[in-house]
Design a protein around this ligand. Structure first.
Ligand SMILES: [Cu+2]
Length: 125
């Protein structure tokens, strides 16, 4: 009995993975929500050569949809502490920050002379 449940569960997983791959093949922006329903949204905008805010604020344990947008130039965003990496093609994800603290935000694409100064902070509280 337990075995058949496991098989059923892995089939569902397989279907989900297949569905995601189909999306990618279409070339559309993929929206990874990790199966979580977001209760908040955060938009991070990048331009040459800065993010639109020095600090972004998130609430601990609240699922948030993080969306990245290039206002000018070609950039990406990397938040190692929250395991988030977004760019123009893969521009949003849903995460649940489970630990309060400050998380470093950086540009993930070598975009030019001001690349090193593209830093910001996400504060989870
Ligand atoms: Cu950059």
């Amino acid at each position: 009995m337990k075995k058949s449940i496991a098989i059923a569960a892995s089939s569902v997983l397989l279907l989900l993975v297949t569905a995601c791959n189909t999306d990618n093949a279409g070339g559309a922006n993929t929206t990874g929500n990790n199966g979580i329903t977001p209760e908040a949204e955060l938009l991070i905008k990048a331009s040459n050569y800065q993010f639109d805010q020095q600090q972004y604020h998130l609430k601990k344990d609240v699922p948030v949809k993080i969306t990245f947008k290039n206002d000018s130039g070609y950039h990406g965003v990397l938040i190692p502490g929250l395991r988030v990496q977004l760019d123009q093609k893969n521009d949003s994800t849903v995460i649940v920050p489970t630990e309060a603290g400050e998380y470093e935000v950086a540009c993930s694409i070598m975009c030019g002379s001001g690349h090193g100064s593209m830093v910001s902070t996400i504060i989870v509280e």
